[in-house]
Write a protein that binds this ligand. Structure first.
Ligand SMILES: [Zn+2]
Length: 173
């Protein structure tokens, strides 16, 4: 008698290849370890979900000539605003790196911004990215309840009222 099992097909070679090309073309905000696990151990379904999600991320059209300046950038895409942080990478080349921000929801209803490194800013900061001014960052912070510059959940009253953490508020914008 045979035991019926649910067989999970591993991600196909074609899917892995397509996902890899999308990873090159899109300014995503997925954890590199997660991507690696989907591509090496994931099922056809998880690979297809990753591909769908990547297709929704902004395109990296062409590299900028100059290294973009430090700061928080916004890119409107698919009816929402994607946020990126450009910063000087301390380790390694000293070049500008870029991180993509995603929103993490806590059980208590608060949120925090999580920044994931995606690559060199000249290559991965999406075309059309605009630097966010302090006022705009504050408005965003008040709306989401976390500091857009560092991602920290705003907990004390002063920071909540300010829409930004104190340290970040004192920095150059
Ligand atoms: Zn902050």
């Amino acid at each position: 008698m045979s035991v019926s099992t649910i067989t999970t097909k591993p991600a196909s070679e074609k899917q892995v290849k397509f996902a890899k090309s999308l990873l090159e073309q899109r300014a995503h905000n997925f954890d590199p370890e997660y991507i690696e696990s989907v591509l090496t151990k994931g099922s056809t379904k998880s690979a297809s979900m990753l591909i769908d999600a990547l297709l929704k991320m902004p395109k990296v059209v062409k590299p900028a000539k100059d290294e973009p300046a430090d700061g928080i950038y916004k890119v409107p895409a698919n009816g929402t605003v994607h946020i990126y942080k450009v910063y000087k990478m301390v380790h390694g080349s000293g070049r500008q790196g870029v991180k993509s921000m995603s929103v993490k929801y806590h059980d208590d209803g608060t949120k925090e911004g999580v920044f994931t490194y995606i690559g060199l800013a000249v290559k991965y900061l999406p075309e059309g990215a605009e630097k966010m001014g302090k006022e705009e960052a504050i408005a965003y912070g008040k709306m989401y309840g976390f500091c857009v510059r560092c991602g920290a959940t705003l907990t004390d009253e002063k920071s909540i009222a300010r829409g930004m953490g104190k340290w970040c508020s004192d920095q150059q914008w």
